[in-house]
Design a protein around this ligand. Structure first.
Ligand SMILES: Nc1ncnc2c1ncn2[C@@H]1O[C@H](COP(=O)(O)OP(=O)(O)OP(=O)(O)O)[C@@H](O)[C@H]1O
Length: 589
């Protein structure tokens, strides 16, 4: 797509968001017509007023003029107020819709997308880029109607007064357009680049605020401040270009316009001196012409703002349109609750070029517990991610109750899984609502029952407002074990037939681990469960233990079978259950 086409496409797409608010636009357009037409009326009236008062000595009109001026300005004021409020409201509503669409489409993107995008960059697009679009929407849509109408009405006046001089003005106008276009393009590029840098600043903010503990623990404050300063300076440098081009636009067009004014004053003056035009006509012409350049300048200014905001709009729509690889396209199966039979047939997968899983075949009966163990980087979490269809397999197939995952609608697939991992993601909301994230319609009694089963009820009651206590940003007021039990309650409430526990107890001390393990035992009842664990003690009673190494299943069986053998599992077991110091990769299993 050429840049002109893409620019037009971005503009039309932005304006399309205004369509639902056409009622407000019509009111605003009508009022702006009145305001714009009045500019022409004022310029036109200069001539008769001057002639009647000064040449004709008409005292009646002398008294009427001030009253007329006040009346016209009151009318103009009312129209302008209505025009401004309605158009700004329409623009704001459209921006709100764009923001909703952007958030909606971003949150639905698949995990592969989130692997590529820094969180801070995404946040920056939601705020800064849309903010820039908002400027454009307010400025352009607001100014466009009024300035166009004002321009047209003044045009009529200058042509009516003296068409030869009017043509002269028109020779000057196109001359101003070329530099305006050139500067507009520079502004757009500078805006895009400064938004890119702002995205980088967003990333730093997100990383450093969410990793503040590590920064403090390692005393990295000076280093991150330095990194922030560097990025912030890069932003300033980009922004300087932007300031330069934007500030250049007006003086350049004014200088060119002054040529037109000088020519008109010279030629018009000589026509007055030679008696071919009256002085009042020339005044009326000059008034209209000076007033005419005002909307022209404003339209040019609006053009620059369009350029700037289309830099933001391009990035916003680019994000909105980013392709999802995981889609419902071929989904024909709408699953009710599955029994929980999971089969993997020759599954291979890679994130990029390197294979991460190779030829994995596995069959799990409903209600069974499968442990995934093995050295770090062996592919355990990746396998769990494939089960939930965070990614599609590169080859082979995963079946759930006999259905290929790719044939199942994403929503119904999602209902079959509950995930508890070590991240214990909690939201800035009440305890009850955090548990309800698993099932938003749950009653208070159901929330409490889930909390009891997760061994969370007692500590929740000790909190200042019980279930209504707001746990604060990222659950900082709760211990690791307490947070984990809330996540387990959430999973219990979701009541999904398949459960994935990814290192759910690894971050806990022995005391909390015991409690959380009891909660997990409740959660695992009658569900097919996949447990990823480094500590083998937590998976001894699994029905099947799958040992993954370098993306392949190297062993598979019960603890009793595997521990007797001489394979990787028995070596890992010996390492973990002996007093020997733990070394190397295998030790992390
Ligand atoms: N999002 C990703 N993008 C690219 N490569 C990835 C991604 N996630 C994991 N990998 C790579 O895939 C391989 C398997 O990683 P995975 O996290 O599945 O292993 P794991 O067995 O769960 O490891 P650990 O026990 O350390 O959690 C590793 O080499 C890892 O670097």
């Amino acid at each position: 797509m050429s840049s002109a086409v893409s620019q037009r496409h971005v503009l039309l797409r932005t304006l399309d968001y205004l369509r639902p608010y056409w009622g407000l636009l019509v009111v605003s357009a009508l009022c702006s017509m009145v305001v714009g037409a009045m500019d022409g009326a004022f310029a036109y009236l200069v001539e008769p007023v001057l002639k009647k008062i000064f040449a004709g000595k008409d005292t009646g009109i002398f008294l009427l003029v001030p009253i007329g001026i006040i009346a016209l300005f009151v009318l103009r004021g009312i129209c302008r107020f209505t025009y401004d409020t309605t158009i700004k409201l329409a623009g704001q509503k459209a921006i709100q819709d764009i923001r909703n669409d952007l958030y909606g489409s971003t949150i639905r993107k698949d995990m592969a997308f989130y692997n590529r995008q820094a969180t801070g960059e995404l946040m920056s697009r939601m705020t800064n880029d849309i903010g820039m679009m908002q400027d454009g929407m307010a400025n352009v849509v607001c100014g466009l109607f009024r300035d166009l109408i004002s321009f047209l009405s003044l045009l009529v006046v200058i042509f009516y007064r003296n068409w030869q001089l009017a043509i002269l003005c028109f020779i000057v106008l196109p001359v101003t357009i070329y530099p305006a276009q050139l500067i507009g393009k520079k502004i757009k590029n500078a805006a895009r680049r400064s938004l890119d840098v702002m995205g980088g600043i967003g990333s730093i903010l997100q990383e450093t605020f969410s990793g503040i503990k590590v920064i403090k623990a390692f005393g990295l404050e000076t280093r991150v401040i330095e990194r922030f300063r560097t990025e912030n300076l890069a932003f300033l440098n980009q922004y300087k270009r932007f300031i330069k081009y934007e500030s250049l636009a007006m003086p350049v067009s004014e200088m060119i316009i002054s040529l037109g004014i000088a020519a008109v004053v010279y030629l018009g003056g000589s026509q007055v001196l030679s008696g071919r035009m009256s002085a009042s006509e020339l005044f009326s012409f000059i008034a209209a012409m000076i007033m005419l350049f005002n909307p022209v300048k404003k339209l040019q200014g609006s053009w620059n703002v369009v350029q700037r905001s289309s830099g933001g709009a391009e990035r916003v729509f680019q994000l909105m349109d980013a392709q999802r690889l995981i889609v419902d396209k071929d989904a024909t199966v709408e699953l009710a609750r599955v029994s929980g039979r999971v089969e993997l047939h020759e599954v291979s997968f890679s994130y990029g070029d390197e294979p991460v899983l190779q030829n994995i075949s596995l069959s799990v009966e409903p209600g069974r517990m499968v442990a995934l163990v093995g050295p770090s980087g062996g592919g355990k979490s990746t396998l769990a991610a494939l089960l939930m269809r965070f990614y599609d397999v590169s080859s082979g197939a995963i079946l759930l109750d006999g259905h290929d995952l790719r044939a199942i609608s994403l929503e119904s697939l999602n209902r079959q899984f509950a995930l508890v991992d070590q991240e214990t993601t909690l939201f800035n909301d009440t305890i009850a609502n955090n548990i309800r994230y698993g099932w938003t319609d749950a009653s208070d009694a159901e929330v409490e029952a889930a909390a009891r089963a997760a061994f969370a009820h007692d500590f929740i009651l000790e909190l200042p407002e019980g279930y209504a206590t707001n746990i604060g940003d990222r659950g900082v007021r709760l211990s690791g074990g307490q947070r984990q039990r809330i996540c387990i309650a959430r999973a219990i409430l979701k009541n999904a037939p398949i459960l994935i526990l990814d290192e759910a107890t690894s971050a806990l001390d022995t005391e909390s681990e015991k409690m959380v393990q009891q909660a997990l035992d409740n959660l695992m009842l009658n569900r097919t469960t996949f447990v990823i664990a480094h500590r083998l003690s937590t998976v001894l009673h699994a029905d099947t233990i799958v040992v993954l190494e370098k993306g392949r299943i190297v062993e598979c069986g019960s603890h009793a079978d595997l521990v007797e053998g001489s394979g990787l599992y028995s070596r890992l077991h010996a390492l973990q259950f002996s007093d020997q110091p733990v070394k190397g990769d295998a030790a992390s299993a």
